[in-house]
Design a binder for this molecule. Structure first.
Ligand SMILES: Nc1ncnc2c1ncn2[C@@H]1O[C@H](COP(=O)(O)OP(=O)(O)O)[C@@H](O)[C@H]1O
Ligand SMILES: [Mg+2]
Length: 286
């Protein structure tokens, strides 16, 4: 069995290389050779297929057009293009999940255009009336907590939106029962393989890359079910699900990552997510 690990052609960092190495080593344990291909290696006209095809693809990127071309060539692609697309855009994630799992109340900003921008900001005040203050403002696309903001009042919210420019964003109820804390659930197939509590003492954003500290979390069956339900609603084979804890540790899905950065999970919990992904793919293909 031979697979391609498809990765971004342009964005590179050392941690991603470590993730790729772990996936290759884990696949080898199940007799599957994994060869890296960048999205630029695959470059094809629409309607064409690669001349040589692997048995499967692990798609470690957000290039959904490229993922869809590989699906159209008949390949099993993990995660699939549609699931990656829903996860990549936090507005689409919220739309897909709002009636499936508990989520913070979320409002998408009305659409605008480059060169036009949000030139009338009264909707921000109306959103704050519905969501309460403080409220969270997130760009549709973002990671590492970098495009996520907390507005304590309407003036701050307006300033944040001005800083966002014309990009798509959402406004969200702030789950403040445990400030700076969330739980990263690692889900593969229909199982939680591990969960890591992330705590940032200096910032409401608990991302490890933003100063959060990760420790193994003993989750309840209800919390785990919410994480699995979120993945199934989005059609994911595997994912890192960020869950906020409300009053009485009630779970609220914050966001879902289709390419979870699992090195910090290994460090914080001892769980090697790449092993579970390889095992899951081997079982699916056999
Ligand atoms: N609605 C919210 N209430 C409280 N904290 C939040 C909320 N949304 C996000 N956060 C915090 O901000 C962090 C980053 O937000 P997230 O949506 O996961 O974006 P990113 O893709 O950048 O990780 C979360 O891990 C959490 O700690
Ligand atoms: Mg996150």
């Amino acid at each position: 069995m031979q697979g391609w690990l498809v990765v971004n052609a342009f964005y590179k960092n050392g941690k991603l290389n470590d993730i790729y190495d772990m996936l290759e080593r884990s696949c080898a344990k199940f007799g599957m050779r994994l060869d890296a291909r960048t999205t630029a290696d695959i470059l094809l006209p629409f309607g064409a297929k690669p001349t040589t095809l692997p048995d499967f693809v692990i798609f470690w990127d957000k290039d959904v057009v490229c993922a869809r071309m590989l699906e159209k060539a008949g390949l099993p692609v993990f995660n699939n293009a549609h699931a990656i697309e829903l996860c990549d855009n936090k507005i689409l994630t919220a739309e897909a999940l709002c009636d499936k799992v508990p989520m913070p109340l979320t409002i998408a900003a009305p659409k605008t255009f480059e060169g036009v921008g949000y030139n009338n900001l009264t909707f921000v005040e109306r959103a704050a009336e519905t969501l309460g203050l403080p409220m969270v403002i997130k760009e549709a696309y973002g990671s590492y907590g970098q495009q996520v903001h907390l507005a304590h009042n309407v003036d701050q919210a307006v300033d944040i939106v001005k800083g966002i420019g014309w990009k798509d964003f959402l406004m969200q109820q702030y789950i403040g029962a445990h400030p700076g804390i969330d739980v990263r659930f690692n889900v593969v197939g229909d199982k939680v393989t591990s969960a890591m509590l992330r705590h940032n003492q200096h910032d409401f954003r608990s991302n490890i890359s933003n100063g959060g500290v990760g420790t193994k979390f003993d989750y309840t069956a209800t919390q785990a079910q919410v994480a699995v339900d979120a993945c199934q609603a989005l059609g994911l084979d595997f994912a890192g699900v960020d869950i906020l804890l409300g009053k009485d540790e009630q779970p609220y899905v914050c966001e879902v990552n289709s390419n979870p950065h699992f090195l910090s999970t290994l460090a914080g919990t001892g769980d090697d997510v790449s092993f579970h992904i390889a095992e899951y793919i081997a079982n699916k293909l056999n």
